[in-house]
Design a protein around this ligand. Structure first.
Ligand SMILES: Nc1ncnc2c1ncn2[C@@H]1O[C@H](COP(=O)(O)OP(=O)(O)O)[C@@H](O)[C@H]1O
Ligand SMILES: [Mg+2]
Length: 223
């Protein structure tokens, strides 16, 4: 279970303080698929960064299975990211010189999977997200946006994360492809009991998730 209490993040900039998040409180049950909506600049990416321990809150707590990740040492936070979190980004962030298969195998290497087992697991993950064998051998530039996002989801799943954090995963895709990507995430959250938090601008998509949170100027508002 993910329990966020009174989460506040203030950035100090040349122009003064920016309150990116103010007293955000939310709970997501294990295995739930949650969507986060809100206008540009409302704090959505900042919230995902805090949840993924990519940045530290100014105040408040983030408990993942009863451990406050904001209070972990930076070494333990790295460990938390590697073992518990899968990230999916709007721009896929695949390594251009590696094939789809090699991109996923690299994530398995980071997860300390023995070399001899990586190829079979990567192939299985890519098949699960719907990539054909010949597509698995292509570099990202030879795959469509939807296919690249499937690869990035396979990569995010590589080390059995408890939580997937997806920041506008369909932001660069047409609405039909975006819907398919969300359907895929939904299916995975069910089959693997993975908790998913996904930022989206598409209300049709948000309406189909288990729970929706809306941010407005860094504050949580009711839908
Ligand atoms: N590293 C940073 N330094 C200063 N201000 C930031 C930083 N990151 C985000 N912000 C500010 O925090 C607010 C929320 O940003 P963000 O979380 O990226 O919003 P969203 O993802 O909803 O578009 C914005 O006003 C943004 O300019
Ligand atoms: Mg953002």
């Amino acid at each position: 279970m993910l329990v966020v209490k009174n989460l506040t993040k203030t950035f100090n900039t040349a122009g003064g303080k920016v309150a990116a998040l103010e007293n955000v409180t939310l709970t997501v049950e294990t295995g739930q698929f949650a969507s986060i909506i809100g206008k540009s600049g409302s704090g959505k990416s900042t919230l995902l960064s805090m949840l993924g321990a990519l940045d530290v809150p100014t105040s408040g707590s983030i408990e993942v299975d009863d451990v406050d990740i904001a209070k972990l040492s930076s070494g333990k936070q790295t460990d938390y990211r590697a073992r518990k979190i899968g990230f999916v980004f709007q721009h896929y962030n695949l390594i251009p010189n590696l094939s789809a298969l090699q991109n996923v195998m690299l994530a398995l290497e980071f997860g300390h999977m023995p070399a001899g087992k990586r190829k079979a697991r990567a192939t299985q993950l890519l098949s699960d997200v719907g990539l054909e064998p010949d597509e698995q051998l292509r570099k990202p530039s030879r795959l469509s946006g939807g296919q690249q996002q499937r690869v990035s989801i396979a990569r995010a799943l590589a080390n059995h994360p408890a939580i997937i954090l997806a920041d506008e995963p369909t932001g660069n895709l047409d609405s039909e492809t975006g819907q398919k990507i969300f359907d895929l995430l939904h299916r995975l959250s069910r089959s693997e009991n993975t908790t998913i938090l996904a930022v989206t601008h598409d209300m049709d998509i948000a309406g189909k998730t288990d729970v929706t949170f809306r941010l407005k100027d860094g504050k949580m508002t009711t839908i």
